[in-house]
Design a protein around this ligand. Structure first.
Ligand SMILES: [Zn+2]
Ligand SMILES: [Zn+2]
Length: 90
């Protein structure tokens, strides 16, 4: 199935450097990237509004922990940054 793209989809594909004619998977990449952009924008808004803590060093937060997981070592500092190299609970 080959739905024609809307102008805003073309713009987004162009911005993300995706080539609309390079196979069948690109539209899913596009939609996933759009989801990530929206989720990240919402996360940043929650942090800016003070609804969500973020680590001052790495920027991880309640809804996006460090790879492998991290916990709060201090209100604005996560365990990955507070104790580099130490194993921490996920
Ligand atoms: Zn951190
Ligand atoms: Zn972290």
């Amino acid at each position: 199935m080959n739905e024609p793209l809307t102008p805003s989809e073309w713009q987004l594909a162009d911005r993300l450097g995706l080539a609309p004619d390079d196979g069948t998977g690109w539209i899913n990449d596009l939609l996933e990237a759009e989801d990530r952009d929206a989720a990240e924008a919402a996360r940043q808004a929650r942090i800016a509004a003070g609804f969500e803590y973020a680590c001052v060093v790495c920027g991880c937060s309640e809804s996006r922990a460090c790879p492998g997981g991290c916990v709060w070592a201090a209100p604005n500092l996560c365990s990955r940054c507070a104790y580099p190299g130490r194993m921490v609970p996920a």
